[in-house]
Design a protein around this ligand. Structure first.
Ligand SMILES: [Zn+2]
Length: 151
């Protein structure tokens, strides 16, 4: 058997790449999974891996995985197959990714990813604000500098 080190799926030896994950990573051996601290699907070990976060887009999923790698936390990403329907736009199922880490790292990992998520939201807000400011600037003359209070 071979395994995907990203999502933890098991494949027949004849398969070379994971079909579930984006970019279809190359499969690795059971020994390699063990070396990376990742559980095999049939292992009891599996139960020690718990959900630490859900990523709604691939960029977030990647940044979470990167964070976990940086801190040497073994991480698995499970692609979601069904879930929230994007009714407003396409009516298609929105993809999502479940970030799973060892139970003993769950609290730390969840905190880290929550912080990362907040940063991401902030930077999106900032980018939107900057774009708006730019728009205003191009339409109107710059406002006069604020009067300094006399002392
Ligand atoms: Zn995979």
């Amino acid at each position: 058997m071979k395994y995907c080190a990203r999502c933890g799926s098991e494949y027949e030896d004849s398969v070379s790449h994971c079909t579930d994950c984006p970019n279809h990573p190359a499969l690795v051996s059971a020994e390699e999974m063990e070396r990376r601290g990742l559980p095999l699907p049939h292992d009891l070990d599996q139960r020690r891996f718990v959900r630490a976060a859900i990523a709604e887009n691939p960029l977030t999923a990647e940044s979470f995985v990167e964070m976990m790698h940086e801190r040497n936390i073994p991480v698995l990403v499970r692609p979601g197959r069904s879930g929230v329907v994007d009714e407003l736009t396409t009516g298609a199922l929105l993809p999502w990714w479940e970030i799973r880490v060892p139970a003993e790292e769950q609290a730390r990992a969840a905190t880290l990813m929550e912080q990362e998520r907040r940063l991401e939201v902030d930077s999106q807000d900032e980018a939107a604000a900057a774009a708006e400011a730019e728009e205003r600037e191009s339409e109107e003359p710059p406002p006069p500098p604020p009067a300094l209070p006399a002392h």
